[in-house]
Ligand binder design. Structure first.
Ligand SMILES: Nc1ncnc2c1ncn2[C@@H]1O[C@H](COP(=O)(O)OP(=O)(O)OP(=O)(O)O)[C@@H](O)[C@H]1O
Length: 879
């Protein structure tokens, strides 16, 4: 026996029969079965395992219901009754279709023997050819049957295949079969082996194999088994496979239709669900994803311009693709959060500008400053008439604490806009204004965008504080970035490097402040209108303190005039002895210190009142009986404790005298006076010291110049924080003095010796204030003449001015500030270059009434006024 299944030479007349419950083995099909029942185990053992040759057995399909019936039928009717080989159906009918398939074992394996002695076999069987059951013998340990071969032999088959009808049916079947293979191939199932069979195997054999492979229905398989006739078999197989093919096609169509009906968003939803599931599997936190959704929602509502929205969408997509642990996720998120938080469309409502109210507001918040307030009102009036007018940017220039910031905030109040202060002090990097590009690690938006984010509206009043303190270095020029900010043409599309999309700053009202004009770059200055605030006189400071600072400080510390009284005299004392500033910042600080001290006292008082009442409550819960007699049980009046907490505090101590600030208290709180008005007199009490007036970033300043002589070769040494110009001034001063030694009567005696053989050392001791102005020439000469003539300069005199080699005194700047500084310092006489006369108009009258101004054209005039009478070289002053 050889060849492929179906190519049957001859079957033996009797075969051992194995019953297949609800399964049909067809020729060409391969099954793997595990035999555990004693009958089958014995069958396998004897018919297959113990035979050297490959054994053949008969496989007979039976229905479940039939199974037991068969057992009995086989015993009663099938056995030994030829012609009764019929299949018994549940309805009791009998059909003459009792057929099976002879099968050969391709592989056999024997299971381990169990302790009970039982063994099992696993058999791989291949269907070989159909047979009919003639009779069954169940007398042995398993069934055997006499059989008759049904399938044709190879030679008969070849003959039959020549029939054109068989050939046609065969071709038809192969067409359907190959269609099925291609349909399955599309689904990427492994159908390779079946495909090969299609080309190499005859149609009738293929029919059995296809049905065995693709059809699970017991009845159909049974029908196939019954189809002994070739034509019938091909027709049956074509029908079964066609049906199978249709089912696949319909399923395909339905799934395509369903897919087509899914909208893009549904697909996205499905994909997201899948992603969520995957993330859950991976243990990734899904909160971030929810956050991103919230972020996107927020962004949809902030009214971004279309181009920004497009850009944002792109960034969002990028973020979604990232894992939260991935580097760059955090920065990408922070960036998107900034985009979501910026007020693209949010403006605070600008109320109708009431100029009268604005003026009242300015007056109520600031004392004096008449000119400044006038200019602000003009500025507001223009805005009222033409709201989108591209007026100049106001720039308040003045020393610290003169109210620049608070004026800007009053403008915001008058316009009904929000106020934001951007500090530009020390900004040297352009990125501080414009932000870093996002490629930098730790990049951030610039201060302007950051400020806009903080304030939350796109039309605030933005104060560019200390605009003069921006410097230029290798990291770029912040001033040029500011130019763009302040230019109405350009700030509509302000481009912050970090933001990377334009932001409209055109609705922002810019106000700037500076201590000095000089450091501001000319193009920037050109875009601004400078309003100077020079500093206050003592009288102005007193008024500011009484009207504005004290009420504000009290309010900030939760105390009232019922707790503390600061008399004017004490405020004056603080102004004179504890502060020497142009503004009122330190004054405010000192007043705050007094208020704090008072707050402590008030709190202590509160505590003592509280305890006293409680004691009273306990001891006075006694009975008071009219007539003065105490009678048990007769209660007329009960005395109750008073609550003195919280708001009752003011009432509780209402009866208590307010705390009056006196000199002793000022000293206790603020320490001993810092300035006593005698400093100048003390310092000029030795020859070689002169008092000059200089101008610095913090306004006018009093400056001592000390000159000494020591053994040397007649060199000049200069110390202090000095610039080149002042060094030159010192050289001119020495040259001038040496040239006039005789005239000044310095060239004789000790003076002469000092002049020629000794080094001169000039020192500017006042702190670390850099001094570069040219205006120290006059003071330097005076100090040298004092040193060499061994005469002291008048104690109450200060001077300012530059000079030429020929002794002409040149005009200088900042005269008003310098005179204010001298006044603060307690100096009574100021020597000025004659040509600065016009500057005196700016000096408040009350100052001029207190400080004597002496004007000089030549250096000799200055010297005449600087030294106290009796000067040996007294020169006629030309005033
Ligand atoms: N004329 C004034 N009337 C009332 N208060 C004033 C006046 N000038 C200054 N102040 C008060 O003095 C304090 C300091 O003023 P502000 O902070 O505006 O000074 P500034 O000139 O901006 O100083 P800086 O240049 O240091 O920022 C504030 O409390 C301010 O209200």
């Amino acid at each position: 026996m050889a060849g492929a299944p179906g190519d049957v030479a001859e079957l033996p007349p009797r075969l051992a029969i194995m019953l297949f419950r609800n399964r049909v083995l067809l020729p060409g099909a391969v099954v793997r079965i595990r035999c555990t029942s004693p009958t089958n185990v014995r069958l396998v053992e004897q018919e297959l395992w113990q035979k050297e040759d490959r054994g053949l057995i008969g496989v007979l399909p039976v229905r479940d219901l039939q199974h037991s019936a068969w057992e009995s039928k086989i015993k009663s009717s099938c056995n030994g009754i030829p012609g009764k080989n019929s299949r018994v159906f549940p309805d009791g009918s009998r059909k003459n279709v009792c057929r099976g398939v002879a099968a050969r074992a391709l592989h056999l394996s024997r299971g381990m023997e169990k302790p009970s002695g039982r063994v099992t076999y696993t058999v791989v069987l291949e269907g070989w050819c159909r047979f009919s059951l003639k009779d069954m013998n169940a007398r042995g340990s398993y069934n055997t049957a006499r059989i008759g071969q049904l399938d044709m032999t190879k030679a008969e088959m070849e003959q039959a295949e020549k029939d054109p009808e068989v050939q046609l049916l065969g071709r038809q079947f192969k067409v359907v079969a190959s269609e099925l293979i291609s349909a399955l191939e599309q689904k990427q199932r492994t159908v390779g082996r079946t495909k090969i069979l299609l080309e190499t195997t005859s149609a009738h054999r293929l029919a059995d194999i296809f049905v065995a492979n693709f059809e699970n229905n017991f009845e159909d398989r049974l029908a196939m088994l019954d189809a002994v006739d070739l034509k019938q078999r091909l027709v049956k197989a074509t029908e079964i496979i066609t049906r199978h093919l249709q089912t696949i096609k319909v399923a395909e169509k339905i799934s395509q239709k369903v897919e087509g009906n899914l909208s893009k968003s549904q697909k996205e939803f499905l994909l997201r669900q899948q992603m969520k599931a995957i993330k859950e599997e991976l243990g990734d936190n899904d909160e971030d994803e929810d956050d991103v959704v919230a972020l996107e929602k927020k962004m949809q509502n902030v009214g971004m311009p279309a181009n920004v929205w497009k850009h944002t969408q792109r960034e969002l997509r990028r973020l979604r693709k990232m894992q939260p642990q991935q580097p760059g996720y955090g920065s990408s998120r922070a960036y998107l959060e900034l985009l979501a938080e910026l007020p693209w469309q949010i403006s605070s409502e600008e109320r109708e500008l009431d100029l009268v109210a604005a003026k009242e507001r300015l007056d109520s918040e600031h004392y004096g400053l008449g000119k400044v307030k006038k200019r602000i009102i003009e500025y507001l009036a223009v805005r009222k008439l033409k709201p989108d007018a591209r007026g100049p940017v106001l720039c308040f220039v003045g020393p610290p604490g003169v109210g620049k910031t608070s004026l800007a905030s009053s403008i915001a109040g008058a316009l009904g806009r929000l106020f934001i202060r951007i500090s530009l002090g020390g900004v040297k990097d352009e990125a501080d204004i414009r932000g870093h590009r996002r490629t930098y690690i730790g990049s951030m938006p610039g201060r302007l965008i950051e400020g806009i984010k903080r304030v939350g509206v796109n039309n605030p009043v933005m104060l560019l504080d200390e605009i003069d303190k921006t410097g230029t270095d290798v990291r770029g020029d912040p001033a040029s970035a500011l130019l763009e900010v302040l230019d109405p043409e350009q700030n509509r599309t302000f481009n912050d490097h970090y933001l990377n999309v334009p932001f409209d700053l055109s609705k922002v009202v810019f106000v700037a402040t500076a201590n000095r004009i000089q450091p501001i770059s000319p193009p920037l200055l050109d875009r601004m209108e400078v309003i100077e605030l020079p500093g206050y006189t003592s009288e102005e400071k007193l008024c500011i303190a009484m009207r504005h600072l004290i009420p504000r400080v009290f309010d900030q510390h939760g105390i009232t005039v019922q707790h503390l009284k600061i008399p004017e005299a004490m405020v004056e004392l603080i102004i004179q002895r504890y502060t020497r500033e142009a503004g009122v910042r330190n004054l405010e600080r000192h007043l705050a210190a007094l208020a704090r001290a008072a707050a402590v006292k008030v709190a202590e008082r509160e505590h003592s009142i509280h305890v006293a009442r409680e004691v009273q409550a306990e001891t006075t819960t006694t009975t008071v009986v009219e007539g003065g007699e105490v009678a048990d049980g007769e209660i007329d009046m009960e005395v109750e404790a008073m609550g003195v907490h919280g708001r009752d505090l003011a009432n509780a101590i209402a009866g208590v005298e307010p705390w009056h600030v006196d000199e002793a208290m000022v000293e206790t709180v603020l320490g001993p006076p810092k300035f006593d008005g005698k400093e100048a007199a003390e310092r000029v009490s030795t020859p070689g010291v002169a008092v000059g007036l200089v101008w610095t970033a913090v306004g006018g300043e009093v400056q001592f110049v000390e000159a000494t002589a020591m053994t040397g070769k007649g060199d000049l040494h200069l110390t202090g924080q000095l610039g080149d110009v002042i060094k030159e001034s010192a050289q001119i001063a020495l040259t001038w003095v040496r040239a006039r030694a005789a005239e000044l009567k310095l060239a004789t005696g000790a003076g002469r010796g000092l002049m020629d053989s000794r080094d001169i050392h000039i020192h500017f001791p006042a702190g670390a204030v850099p001094k570069d102005g040219p205006s120290a020439g006059v003071t330097l000469v005076t100090a040298l003449v004092s040193l060499l003539g061994k005469r002291c300069v008048r104690a109450d005199t200060a001077m300012t001015g530059e000079m030429t080699l020929r002794g002409l005194v040149l005009p200088v700047g900042g005269v008003k500030d310098k005179i204010l500084a001298a006044h603060r310092f307690g100096i009574k006489r100021v020597i000025l270059p004659e040509r600065n006369f016009k500057d005196l108009q700016e000096v408040p009258a009350n100052i001029l009434a207190n400080v004597e101004i002496l004007l000089a054209r030549r250096m000799e005039d200055v010297l005449h006024e600087a030294f106290e009478g009796g000067c040996p070289w007294r020169i006629q002053a030309r005033m």
